[in-house]
Design a binder for this molecule. Sequence first.
Ligand code: FES
Ligand code: FES
Length: 185
Amino acid sequence: MDGLTSYRLKVNGTERQVEGAWAGESLLFVLRERLGLPGSKNACEQGECGSCSVLVDGVLVCSCLVLAASAVGTEVVTVEGLGAGGTLSFVQEAFVAEGAVQCGFCTPGLVVAVHDLLERNPDPSDLEVREAISGNLCRCTGYGRILAAVRGAQERRRSGTTPGGGLGLGSGPPSSPATPRETRG
Ligand code: FES
Ligand code: FES
């Protein structure tokens, strides 16, 4: 059928086949609806809320703004890929421990954004933390518990107190077909 295509995506370290997809489908749609990875949330589909945040070749992006077909040949990491072997990552554990989850809709995107921050900058200042999560909207928490969770994750990461460390796919090469989330308008 016209406009349909098939391709392979590497997601969380595994090659996944996408069959008969419209070439204009977003990465968020393909992850959720075709590959059975609903962790990335669909809240605005306009790059405004950050709930769909994933890493593409180590670059934090809003997956609702990325064409899935353009991610062929890259390493995609979703929130499902952050904890190794079914364990929680440092960030996921800290969000639970600090009570940073209420309705939870923003949580996956925040977890990915904080993971990305601490991979790039293990000892961020308060301003750097606030800037890093400024693209993630939370309607429930008032952000206080989220900021505490970032510090909790920072401490866990520093002391290595949890087994989760992820797949190590968050630190890829700098090139990406996606627009980094930080530079969106
Ligand atoms: S669903 Fe992608 S930024 Fe809101
Ligand atoms: S916990 Fe509900 S939107 Fe953040």
